[in-house]
Design a protein. Structure first.
Lengths: 154, 510
């Protein structure tokens, strides 16, 4: 992501994102009754905030050129392995939480996310996941009696 | 007045020292200290992770514990900065500048010792300010109507946005994003479901725990995976090294006092984050020093002053939150969220309605700070070892605690999905150099801002001038306007200088 976003284009993207978010909030807000100043409807606040945000986005874009910092930027290579593993691990926690239960979900989130670090071997990730699973089950299932069955099928 | 405060404080100690409350307070400072030491986890994540645990707890121990995490983490953050040069906790990054050189000179013990003394001194001062300032503020607060409350909140939001790290405009943008996130859910006045995107789960608002753990937990991991590499310094700190000599104490005394005062001032101002406070304390110290060249090479003043400022700010921060119900920064927003979850309506009536909470909290600050002092001296060896826990083991375990913590809030896996979304958003915002802390402030204040704005304009029959006409409200609006104008001025000045510089460069070329 760092190579794609750099100090020359960062504020253009940032401003555009704010503009989009602002316009989105305004459009969605207008589907609720807006009302008048003395009798505001549920749409009033979202529409005004959306307008403010869109305006700020425009200003960020307009001033992007003058706010490019001088000096070199540290370029960090994209970290796809880490990102994909972390995102997948949380996703796996949700899926295994529904179709598996606490035990597989815990193991999955730790194991998959640990694989995201380049220094971790599969064996280390496995041992770490096993250890956290034991601790997690003892704390949350046994000690705190959380409403999350150890195993369940759908 | 003073007598009354002292009697109340005595009562507070009674509350704080009840075994049950004391236990949770101790638990809080211990966890806070631990999290503060561990690299890559901040107090926001720590408080958010333990927030679900407080749902089943009573009000007083719950708030004592969460506050304990906050000030406990301040002690821990300094240890990593001094011993390992780890700027993982932004407020303590400035402590690295002189703390780490001291470690390299073999004076780590002294630096830690001075830090502990400065921290305790500053915290005590902050607590005393809180004891006497809060009741005064409450008297003032009862005069406030919806227009005034809206103006104060507006000032807090603007200050929170503009004082955040980086560009002021981006900070304000993030505040507005936070306000918009606060809108998601069912509108209290009309029952309309807003911004729910068709999800039934979202009608009940976005979960505070999911939002903060996403932005500050998962978002942070996405940013630092494979990028944090910690090399142990192998420093051994012995107990007797930690006692500073008389000369060192003398050298650190006035910086400590100045740091404390700066922290107190910034704590009372809404919206000023802890990082800017410590940086200013450091800058002031370097400016007035007779030997500024020593700074950056192990000047003890450069450790004492920022650490003192961070601790007095931490305590003073609680004043507007507890007496007005208006949090000054992201962490206070979380504490306020915890109060709301417990069914307490924050505001000027809190001190009288929940006297046990307010005075118990103040007394527990003192008890907690003493505990931290006692805890840190013998445990320093363990903290040093913990600092060397590799990040590659730390973040997968933390991810599990985040996932289970969010799940336990409402026994809902939907909210774990929210964490993922906000984590991605947090990482994206950080890459685009937007600060995340104002989002949390905007989210918590959002519903209150809307409610008071609506009410103020309903009472004035749609006349916006009411916000300026009423004296107190007008005063706060003026300060807000001043804030915007100064930012505009600084921006124009730097833009002008830039264009002159470019013109000169072009003239030189031709």
């Amino acid at each position: 992501m760092q190579g794609f976003i750099n100090k020359y284009n960062r504020d253009y993207y940032g401003g555009a994102l704010m503009l989009l978010l602002g316009l989105g909030a305004m459009l969605q807000g207008m589907t609720y009754p807006v009302g008048t100043l003395s009798r505001m409807g549920p749409g009033f606040f979202p529409v005004s905030l959306g307008a403010i945000l869109a305006l700020i986005g425009l200003i960020i874009i307009a001033t992007a050129k003058s706010s490019i910092p001088a000096g070199e930027e540290v370029h960090l290579p994209p970290e796809w392995r880490g990102w994909i593993c972390i995102i997948t691990s949380i996703f796996a926690f949700i899926v295994f939480g529904i179709y598996g239960g606490l035990l597989p979900a815990t193991f999955a989130v730790v194991f998959i996310s640990a694989l995201g670090d380049r220094q971790n071997t599969v064996k280390q990730a496995f041992v770490l996941a096993l250890a956290v699973t034991v601790v997690g089950v003892v704390i949350f299932w046994w000690a705190l009696q959380m409403q999350f069955p150890l195993f369940r099928w759908g | 007045m003073i007598e009354q405060s002292l009697t109340d404080l005595w009562f507070g100690f009674g509350v704080a020292l009840q075994p049950h409350n004391l236990m949770w307070s101790f638990f809080g400072v211990l966890i806070g200290n631990l999290i503060g030491v561990l690299p890559g986890l901040g107090p926001i994540s720590a408080i958010a992770m333990l927030l679900p645990l407080t749902y089943t707890m009573k009000l007083v121990p719950a708030i004592l514990m969460l506050s304990g995490i906050f000030y406990g983490s301040q002690y821990g953050g300094a240890i990593g900065a001094i011993l390992l040069n780890l700027p993982c906790h932004p407020p303590h990054a400035v402590t690295c500048l002189d703390g780490y050189p001291l470690t390299k000179q073999g004076k780590a013990g002294t630096a830690l010792g001075i830090t502990m003394i400065a921290s305790f001194f500053a915290a005590s001062f902050g607590i005393i300010v809180m004891i006497f300032a809060s009741p005064l503020l409450v008297k003032f607060a009862f005069k406030l109507g919806p227009a005034e409350i809206f103006s104060i909140m507006l000032l807090g939001l603007l200050a929170g946005g503009t004082m955040a790290k980086g560009s002021a405009l981006k900070g304000v943008a993030m505040t507005v994003v936070g306000l918009l996130i606060g809108i998601v859910g069912t509108d209290v006045n009309s029952g309309t479901a807003r911004f729910t995107l068709g999800f039934v789960e979202l009608q009940d608002k976005i979960d505070l725990v999911a939002l903060s753990l996403g932005l500050f937990g998962v978002g942070e991991f996405l940013r630092s995976v494979n990028r944090i590499h910690i090399v142990g310094s192998g420093t051994k700190v012995r107990l007797r090294d930690m006692r500073p000599s008389k000369a060192e104490l003398k050298q650190a005394f006035f910086p400590m006092v100045r740091g404390t005062l700066i922290g107190t001032l910034f704590g009372a101002m809404p919206g000023t984050g802890p990082t800017i406070t410590t940086f200013i304390a450091y800058a002031v110290e370097r400016k007035i020093s007779k030997t500024p060249e020593r700074f950056g090479h192990g000047a003890i003043e450069g450790v004492a002053s920022p650490e003192a400022s961070s601790h007095s700010k931490t305590q003073v921060d609680f004043i507007p939150t507890m007496s007005l119900g208006i949090p000054g920064d992201a962490i206070m927003a979380l504490i306020l969220g915890a109060l709301l979850i417990q069914g307490v309506q924050p505001g000027p009536q809190l001190i009288s309605e929940h006297a046990d909470l307010f005075w118990g909290l103040i007394a527990s600050f003192w008890v907690g700070n003493v505990l931290l002092l006692v805890l840190n001296v013998p445990l320093i060896g363990i903290w040093v070892k913990l600092l060397q826990v590799p990040y590659r083991y730390l973040y997968p375990s933390a991810l599990f605690f985040i996932a289970i913590g969010v799940y336990s809030a409402n026994n809902s896996l939907f909210e774990v999905g929210e964490v993922l979304i906000f984590g991605l958003a947090g990482a994206l915002f950080a890459t685009l150099e937007f600060p995340a802390a104002p989002i949390l402030l905007g989210y918590v204040l959002g519903p209150m801002v809307e409610e008071n704005f609506r009410r103020a304009l309903l009472l004035s029959r749609g006349d916006m001038m009411v916000l300026v006409k009423r004296p107190i409200s007008g005063g706060f609006m003026a300060v807000s306007a001043l804030l915007v104008l100064t930012q505009l001025f600084f921006w124009l000045r730097s833009a002008l200088r830039e264009s002159i510089r470019k013109k000169e460069a072009r003239a030189r070329l031709s």
